[in-house]
Design a protein around this ligand. Structure first.
Ligand code: COA
Length: 192
């Protein structure tokens, strides 16, 4: 439904059912690493569950309540990024993301995330973007820091993941704090 070029290497595409096989294979290949931080990686293990996730995200997109996009890096599916919800009344949203383990360290997620923040503050007209990371998830925490988010607080033992409770850091960014740049090819605007 949309393909959104971030730069010469990265493209975001709305996840659709045709992507279920590739998404499932990618999560299978990365499950041991993903389950350290993402609870669904432990509980959603079948192709049918991936398809159900994509159906839910398409519904979410149709309702204007966020989206889930695959990240293609040099034409290869590399991970996913999305808005968990869009709260219109309070004009805020929260970004979530993951990347295949071997593709870490190339700035793929920082670049994808920057594009999604651009979109949230640009076409979507939102006022606040949040990213929540487990305190021990240093790679994830580096992303909002790189993008200028402010660390706002820690929710103690907020999530049960991989057999233990994790404290969660909330990063927040407000529209006036974001250095605005034009969104490159933002077809999301038409639907969200
Ligand atoms: C969180 C996660 C996406 C971070 O991945 P990442 O590869 O560290 O992040 P990026 O893709 O933005 O890459 C940043 C690295 O690329 C480097 N880089 C290279 N080119 C870059 C560019 N153009 N822009 C920014 N950074 C760049 C950075 O210096 C950084 O290097 P470092 O790892 O040596 O510090 C990944 O670890 C992951 O998916 N983890 C498992 C799931 C997870 O935790 N999800 C988040 C839950 S809150």
């Amino acid at each position: 439904m949309f393909a959104w070029r971030v730069d010469d290497e990265i493209e975001l595409r709305l996840l659709e059912l045709e992507h279920a096989g590739a998404m499932h294979r990618l999560t299978e290949a990365n499950r041991a690493y993903l389950r350290r931080w993402l609870p669904w990686a432990e509980s959603e293990t079948t192709l049918e569950q991936t398809e159900a996730f994509i159906r839910r995200s398409l519904q979410q997109f149709a309702e204007g309540n966020g989206f889930q996009a695959g990240i293609w890096y040099r034409q290869e599916l590399a991970g996913a990024i999305g808005l968990h919800y869009v709260d219109r009344r309070n004009r805020r949203t929260e970004i979530g993301y993951w990347l295949a383990e071997p593709l870490q360290g190339r700035g793929i997620m920082t670049r994808a995330c920057r594009a999604v923040v651009d979109h949230a503050f640009g076409p979507l007209g939102l006022h606040r973007v949040e990213i929540r990371c487990a305190t021990g998830n240093h790679r994830s925490r580096a992303i909002p820091r790189r993008l200028g988010f402010r660390e706002e607080g820690v929710l103690r033992q907020w999530a049960w993941v991989d057999g233990r409770f994790h404290d969660m850091v909330i990063y927040g960014l407000l529209a006036p704090e974001w250095r605005r740049e034009p969104v490159r090819g933002g077809p999301l605007a038409a639907s969200l």
